[in-house]
Design a protein around this ligand. Structure first.
Ligand code: URA
Length: 233
């Protein structure tokens, strides 16, 4: 692929801007400043640096963030900054977007991609992709509450009862709970319908992908290796 096309496809601005960067000597590959926008490179596993910052080439971007509280997933946030502000401009420029939404006060695993088909598959209601949450409850969950969540609770405006696919007690006030649909405020509403209240909510897994313990709140990283296939596991 031509160098100008590589930069353009990865979000480094208009074709004109990409040519400008290349001409200025901002782009380094294999330790060599590359000034020819028409030079061809094999993009398989390609690493390139722009302004000293290394970037891997990815035909489609797929990354995860540990979402902090106080950020909205919407592109046009109302009350808080958007999670998009936590990403570098090149990722925004190439059209990366969050897959599904977490509430502003929910923390944890958020996936981003510019692969519209993948985002569609991951969020399609018929696919029932499991999402696991660590739920801190106001009152210690009792047997009755756990049974209600497991067998299904009726939420306002929903035709059918919604049940947790899995529930595990973590400590006195905390449970891990998996849901396979993505209704508005679903976990909070389910817990409320079961007679309790969510004090804090963290998504700890999306499909087979788990929130890594070493990803600090507000940080993101590319998915790599087997993580790239988390959808099909
Ligand atoms: N369920 C909720 O209630 N909120 C979230 O952010 C995610 C799931």
């Amino acid at each position: 692929m031509r160098l100008e096309q590589i930069l353009f496809s990865q979000g480094f601005g208009t074709r004109h801007e990409c040519r400008g960067r290349i001409a200025r000597g901002d782009v380094v590959i294999d330790g060599r400043i590359c000034r020819d926008p028409d030079e061809e490179f094999d993009v398989t596993g390609l690493m390139f640096a722009v302004d000293g910052q290394p970037w891997p080439y990815y035909e489609k971007a797929l990354l995860m963030m540990n979402k902090p509280a106080g950020y909205e997933c919407s592109q046009k946030p109302l009350h808080h900054p958007s999670v998009m502000q936590l990403l570098p401009p090149v990722l925004r420029c190439r059209g990366v977007q969050p897959v599904g939404r977490l509430d502003a006060d929910t923390t944890g695993l958020l996936i981003f991609t510019d692969d519209g088909a993948l985002a569609h598959r991951l969020t399609h209601p018929k696919r029932h992709v499991p999402k696991r949450y660590r739920v801190t409850c106001r009152h210690a969950p009792d047997e009755r509450m756990l049974k209600a969540l497991a067998s299904g609770v009726q939420l306002k405006d929903e035709k059918q009862k919604l049940a947790a696919a899995d529930i595990e007690c973590v400590d006195d006030n905390t449970i891990d709970m998996t849901i396979t649909s993505g209704k508005y405020h679903q976990v909070k509403r389910m817990v409320a319908a079961a007679g309790n209240r969510v004090e804090s909510l963290q998504r700890i897994a999306f499909g087979a992908l788990r929130l890594p313990g070493d990803l600090e709140p507000g940080k993101w990283r590319w998915l790599s290796g087997p993580e790239l296939f988390f959808e099909s596991k």
